[in-house]
Write a protein that binds this ligand. Structure first.
Ligand SMILES: [Fe+2]
Ligand SMILES: [Fe+2]
Length: 151
């Protein structure tokens, strides 16, 4: 069996987030559906961010060429968490809520794009082949544990 590398493992989660983001944008007029999709996206996002920071960005801080990427990505994780928090305090379905949902979905899509098309390439140059496989295993284990804790 061919083992996944860290980039493939992260992409699996990214595809789930892209799908949830698309579904959230499409369900804004359905109160039940939009709430279900929002909760699912929040759980997915929180588990992914933490597991990705521990199993991808922390090892990348070791290398001078990937410090900036790691800082940037972690700061975007924080921005997305704050948007989710603001949304939870808003009146769902209102105009400001819709605007904030659009901003969150845009941010998620931008973030995934930047990781896959910029940071993965930079990381590919500094991580060893063995590290790429070991980190994928660590990521999957962390992600699953965190995902279960999220309910
Ligand atoms: Fe990320
Ligand atoms: Fe990611």
């Amino acid at each position: 069996m061919v083992r996944m590398n860290i980039f493939e493992a992260l992409r699996v989660s990214h595809d789930v987030q892209r799908d949830l983001s698309r579904r959230l944008r499409a369900s804004l007029d359905d109160a039940v559906q939009r709430q279900q999709v929002f909760v699912a996206l929040k759980r997915e996002l929180v588990a992914h961010e933490t597991a990705e920071e521990r199993c991808f960005y922390v090892p990348l801080f070791e290398h001078d060429t990937t410090v900036d990427a790691s800082r940037h990505a972690i700061s975007e994780h924080h921005q997305m968490d704050e948007m989710v928090e603001s949304l939870e305090a808003m009146d769902a379905g209102s105009a400001p809520w819709r605007q904030c949902i659009a901003k969150l979905c845009d941010k998620i899509e931008h973030h995934l794009e930047e990781e896959e098309h910029k940071f993965f390439q930079e990381a590919g140059k500094v991580l060893t082949e063995r590290q790429k496989v070991v980190l994928a295993k660590d990521y999957e284990a962390q992600f699953l544990t965190l995902r279960v804790e999220q309910g």
